[in-house]
Ligand binder design. Structure first.
Ligand code: GLN
Length: 384
């Protein structure tokens, strides 16, 4: 048995969803919406299932899907992408795994930012990379020159960067992106840019793809997710877009992980990616409204809510909410005694975990938000 994976905990998202099922809790933990997906995209998948092919699609994905991905980014983000740069994967997590397997050799240093998505570190280690960490610190969670200077070395081969950022809900500004780009260029490092939340940004913000910064097109490997773009997280359709020199090797890693991704879902995603701007405006507005409803109700209940500029998530500052418990203790108590599940952010650190914040998913219907907040209010009365 491989000791690395044997020693890994079950993912915190799975753990909390399991507890939510066990205690009949309102699940504000794992990040999935309970409303908001486009019925026509689902209908397209159903149609493709009955009238289209159910046999292996091409290894790198259906041509129509790869073309749709490239056209989507040209239209929405101004990126020039050739379809040879695009590989369709079984979710963004597979895209990340394939990219790491393809790009990392033993001894290469891989820089990650804490708190970090839970799949990054075990995949980096399995790929033979040597992890290094820089931390984002609440309540601002900003990328700073000091943190980057301390973390980059002459052996830094790859940076894993996530923007918009899960779990902090930060959308990094252009100055922060430029700072990161400067360090990558100076150290000749690649960036695995996990941009799965690119369409889930609020307050009129526009997503800035890292590849659009000067000098970054040849060193940024962009990962995207149809699950996040269309609020269909169970579909597990993602993609990786790499510079031409790197794309074929990443595709070869993908061919030995899953080989392909279901053709019917790919066809529906190709259809969905051609949606008009109005679709995305409405999607953001609906989630922004949910965010505002939850934030206002939580503030009313005495919680200190941190700003949420993107993703499905908002964070609560426990100490500032009058709660002296560490995040994990609070989350365990809240799910068992108050019937509401959240994510303790300390589970998303590899070292020196900060234990003062918890993450809530606000991409929910009004009823879900209202009963979740009511239960969080009860949790606060139990533990404050
Ligand atoms: N991306 C989702 C989240 O952050 C969870 C994905 C998963 O459960 N593996 O909640």
């Amino acid at each position: 048995m491989n000791p690395l994976f044997a020693a890994q905990p079950t993912s915190i998202f799975e753990q909390m969803s399991g507890l939510a099922r066990e205690y009949g809790a309102v699940n504000l933990g794992q990040g999935f919406p309970d409303f908001g997906w486009p019925d026509d995209v689902v209908a397209k998948a159903a149609e493709a299932l009955t009238t289209g092919s159910n046999q292996y699609p091409p290894m790198r994905g259906l041509a129509e899907t790869r073309e749709a991905v490239a056209a989507f980014y040209t239209r929405r983000q101004g990126l020039a992408i050739d379809i040879d740069q695009v590989t369709i994967t079984s979710g963004a997590t597979e895209a990340i795994a394939a990219a790491l397997m393809a790009l990392i050799s033993p001894g290469d240093e891989v820089l990650m930012f804490q708190p970090l998505y839970d799949a990054y570190l075990p995949l980096v280690l399995r790929a033979g990379g040597t992890p290094r960490f820089a931390s984002l610190t609440p309540p601002d969670w900003r990328l700073t020159e000091e943190a980057l200077a301390a973390a980059f070395t002459e052996r830094t081969r790859l940076v894993i960067f996530n923007n918009p950022h899960n779990p902090t809900a930060r959308v990094f500004d252009r100055a922060e992106l430029q700072l990161l780009a400067d360090f990558c260029i100076r150290h000749d490092a690649l960036v695995l840019s996990d941009e799965v939340w690119e369409e889930v940004v609020f307050d009129g913000l526009a997503h800035i793809p890292l590849a659009s910064l000067p000098g970054m097109a040849e060193r940024a490997i962009k990962v995207g997710s149809a699950g996040k773009i269309f609020s269909l997280t169970g579909w597990k359709v993602g993609w990786v877009i790499a510079p031409p020199a790197l794309a074929p090797t990443i595709a070869k890693a993908h061919q030995f992980l899953t080989f392909t991704t279901p053709p019917n879902l790919q066809a529906a995603v190709a259809y969905g990616l051609s949606k008009e701007e109005s679709y995305f405006v409405a999607m953001r507005a609906a989630f922004e409204r949910a965010r505002d409803r939850m934030a206002a109700a939580l503030a009313e209940a005495g919680y200190a809510v941190l700003p949420a500029a993107g993703t499905y998530f908002m964070n609560l500052d426990l100490a500032a909410s009058g709660i002296a418990l560490a995040d994990r203790d609070f989350c365990e108590g809240a799910v068992r005694e108050a019937g509401v599940a959240a994510i303790p952010n300390s589970a998303l650190y590899a070292q020196d975990a900060a234990t003062g914040t918890i993450r809530l998913c606000f991409a929910k219907r009004d009823e879900t938000i209202d009963s979740g907040v009511e239960r969080l209010a009860r949790a606060r009365s139990l533990f404050a």
